[in-house]
Each structure stands twice: as C-alpha cells, then as structure tokens.
Design a binder for this molecule. Structure first.
Ligand code: RIB
Length: 329
C-alpha cells in the first residue's frame, strides 16, 4: 500500500531491506527464562482487591528470554536457547513451540521443579499486568552457566533478569571474555547492577520506567543526564524503549531517537521482548545499533497486532507483508 508520505515510504523500504538482510552465519545464544503464560482478556486491569470477569483463559508460550530467542529465530537468525523447564506438560509445550520457531533447544534442561508460570491480564487497550512464579527458572545458577559450554561459541548473547542475578553476572562475564557481544535486558528491574556486570555488557536494553528505576532519575528527564548516569555505572551503550515515542540509542557521545511504528494494538505482552529479539538478530547480521533499533521498532509493533508474546511474533516475510499492507505506520 503506498501512502502520500514519502518519508514513511522511505522508512518502510529501509526496514524491509533490514528484514530481508537477516543472516544465519553468526550464532545468537539466549540464556534465561522460559514461562507458560496463562492469559485472560479483561475489560480493565484489576485494582488491588478487585475481581474482574474476563474471557477464556489461554495457555501461551512465554518467558522473556524464550520470547527473545523465538523472535530472533523467526526473523531468520540462528539461535540457541539455554535454560530450564520442568518435567511437566508445560515444559514440553514450551520446548515444542520454541523448536517450531526454529530455535535450537538442546541447551534446555528438564528440572525437578514446575515450569516457570505467569498469570497475565490484558485489558481492552492491549496493556497488561503480570504475576510471575519462576519455578524451574530459579535453578539457572552459576554452575548451569559454566556447564553450558556451547554458549561460549555464540557471537551475540542475550540476557535478562528473570533468572537469578548471580547467574546473569557469570554468563555476562564469561561470554564477554570469550569475545561475544553481550546484550542485557535489565527487566524485571530489581537491584542496581554491580560495576563488573555493567562492564561485561555491550548493550543495555531497558524501557523508560526501568531506566528511571536504575538511575534514580525522573522519567522523561534530559537524556544527557541518563546517559551520564549509565556511563558512571559502567555501561557503554544503551537502547531505551519509550513506547509510542519509539526508542533512544545512547552511546558515549550520542543520544539519537528512533521513531516507533504506529499500530492498532491488540496485546502488548512481549513487545519489549520482540524489540530485543530483533536487536539480537540485527546485531548478529552486522547492523549498527541504530539500524537494529529501527528493526526492533517495526518488529515490536508487529507483535502488538496479535494475542500473547511469542504467539504474536512474525517471520521476516510476515512483517514485510504487514508493512506493505500499511498495518505498521
Ligand atoms: O515480557 C513478557 C513476558 O514476561 C511474558 O511472556 C511472561 O512470561 C513474562 O515473563
């Protein structure tokens, strides 16, 4: 579909070329969480003490790390997942779905604890609230990381904070030392990172709320201050997602905005993970951080069109089709 907006047409063509250029040559490793998401659509998110009647409960594949791995693989990148699920039906379900997305799951172990589980409510505007029971994800400790030798063969590595922080620190240090490009999604945001963790990370990914929590600065404050605060912590580059205002690429001497793609959102669950998955795929394909962020904007907008996290992600062809149909503007 052509528009009368040449700038938008130019942008769509640029992103289409990025989608078409995703390569399999360099391997992505994602180590972290895998969850079974029990999701209910509700007219509004329940307030404390409130019960809200919703639609049918859906069981969908999720977990931030698993979502990021699935997104990158669907786009055409070569991806290995490292983590733990239970010996239960939900564990088999997650492995089957991730395998179907094209992710190598030989690095996922079955543990004697239930598979990680979430309860998710999604409101009429597509916003969500999530409660998380880590289950088997909590067994991802430093010993598991050290035993995952294939992780050290990966060129780009994705981490998040749904597994114990010490294992994230060990994984970041080992992969950084082995020469991989390490991306850390500081989500869900908890305690501030140690300096050694920050220095093992090549690119930090956060949303603007997490950035405020991390730096102690007010949300929407000047980017230069946030940039200085991150540099002081030991991070060198960061991508900050700012919802409908797109994202910011923060480096030692630059702060650049990347616009979002407008979309009629059905469910925003896992859109941040789609952004990270696309950035992993982009960096593994040799793109600049800015190009990877532009790819992330488009792919995360596509993810808002469908229900669930992984269940709403598309292949490069499907995202290109949506761009051409004008569903992402
Ligand atoms: O970011 C979305 C994800 O967060 C969901 O899939 C859920 O599992 C929680 O981990």
């Amino acid at each position: 579909m052509s528009t009368e907006n040449p700038k938008l047409e130019e942008r769509r063509a640029r992103v289409e070329a990025l989608l078409r250029g995703i390569e399999k040559e360099r391997r992505i490793g994602v180590i972290g969480s895998m969850n079974a998401d029990y999701t209910i659509d509700v007219p509004h998110l329940p307030a404390p003490g409130e019960t809200v009647r919703g639609g049918e409960v859906r069981l969908l594949p999720g977990g931030k790390s698993s979502n990021q791995a699935a997104c990158a693989a669907l786009l055409g990148a070569s991806v290995s997942m490292f983590g733990l699920v239970g010996k239960d039906d939900n564990g088999s379900f997650l492995l089957e779905r991730l395998g179907r997305a094209g992710v190598d799951v030989t690095g996922v172990a079955r543990a004697g604890r239930p598979t990680g589980t979430t309860l998710i409510a999604v409101d009429a505007a597509g916003e969500n609230a999530i409660a998380y029971a880590p289950g088997a994800n909590d067994l991802l400790d430093a010993a598991f990381v050290r035993a995952a030798e294939e992780l050290l063969d990966c060129d780009v590595v994705g981490l998040c904070l749904e597994t114990p922080l010490n294992s994230v620190r060990v994984a970041a240090a080992r992969c950084h030392e082995a020469g991989a490009q390490v991306l850390l999604n500081y989500s869900p945001c908890s305690e501030p990172p140690s300096r050694d963790l920050a220095q093992s990370v090549d690119v930090l990914l956060v949303n603007e709320h997490e950035l405020a929590q991390l730096t102690g600065l007010p949300e929407g404050g000047p980017w230069a201050e946030a940039q200085d605060a991150l540099l002081d912590m030991g991070f060198s580059e960061a991508l900050v997602t700012t919802g409908p205002r797109g994202s910011m690429v923060l480096g030692e001497d630059c702060a650049r905005r990347v616009e979002s793609f407008e979309v009629r959102a059905c469910d925003t669950t896992g859109c941040g993970d789609a952004f990270m998955g696309a950035v992993l795929a982009g960096l593994a394909s040799g793109y600049s951080l800015r190009e990877a962020a532009e790819l992330g904007s488009c792919v995360s907008a596509f993810a808002a069109l469908g229900h669930g996290a992984q269940a709403s992600y598309g292949t490069a062809d499907q995202v290109v089709d949506a761009l051409r149909q004008g569903l992402l503007g």
